[in-house]
Design a protein around this ligand. Structure first.
Ligand SMILES: [Mg+2]
Length: 230
């Protein structure tokens, strides 16, 4: 069975700024700086912090990083009702997750920390689709390119028999495509986030979709047939 590693923001869901608002509030409280966030798409939480503090020593960043993560989790949790009301599940996502469930294993590869990933997906009722213990998160490593091997090793340790060629990363940025390529996994790019089809095409994903409405193409790519697709 193939192991699908889903990105969250821009791939499964679109928030309406509450996540960034919580991130910024936590950053301000813990690092005592009010800085513009810039582009966060495809970046891990730990990388965003490091980029904001590029003039800081790594040791000084690390000193407060756990505290930052805890405060961020609290800030996000405090906005849970807003997240529930305002977060959109992207087109075709629910159908794709449901239809592929019998044929593949869904897990996650995201720059979010495990705990904030859970809050975001809990707000839209998507948590139950995923094997959380096989996923790789921003809390595992701030370098996204290191995350496929983390998920792969977790799956193998749990008895999954696949190879890296059976791992498929699904995401909305060149960083998602890149982390799959460097690890020897395959990549599916969806233009449902901040990057256009043309921009994603430049990075040569193995499959490129406008959005997950095109699940017949995804099923064909995964070789899982379309008997559940109508
Ligand atoms: Mg994303």
């Amino acid at each position: 069975m193939k192991l699908l590693l889903w990105d969250i923001d821009g791939t499964l869901i679109r928030g309406h700024g509450r996540g960034l608002e919580a991130f910024k509030a936590a950053f301000q409280r813990v690092y005592e700086l009010d800085l513009p966030l810039g582009s966060t798409a495809g970046k891990t939480d730990g990388l965003i912090v490091r980029e904001l503090l590029h003039m800081w020593e790594e040791a000084a960043i690390l000193e407060r990083l756990e505290q930052f993560y805890a405060v961020y989790e609290g800030e996000l949790h405090a906005r849970f009702e807003h997240l529930q009301r305002e977060t959109t599940i992207l087109p075709g996502v629910k159908a794709a997750l449901s239809q592929l469930q019998a044929h593949t294993i869904h897990s996650l590869l995201t720059g979010n920390m495990l705990r904030t990933a859970r809050i975001k997906l809990d707000a839209v009722g998507l948590c139950t689709y995923f094997r959380w213990d096989w996923g790789a998160f921003g809390s595992d490593n701030h370098i996204r390119n290191e995350l496929v091997p983390v998920a792969f090793q977790r799956a193998q340790a749990a008895g999954w028999q696949g190879t890296l060629a059976d791992v498929v990363v699904i995401g909305d940025t060149p960083f998602d495509i890149g982390c799959a390529k460097i690890a020897g996994a395959r990549s599916v790019a969806v233009a449902s986030g901040q990057f256009s089809l043309e921009q994603l095409a430049e990075h040569q994903p193995d499959l490129l979709l406008n959005d997950l409405h095109e699940h017949a193409q995804l099923q064909a790519f995964l070789g899982v047939g379309d008997e559940t697709h109508r």
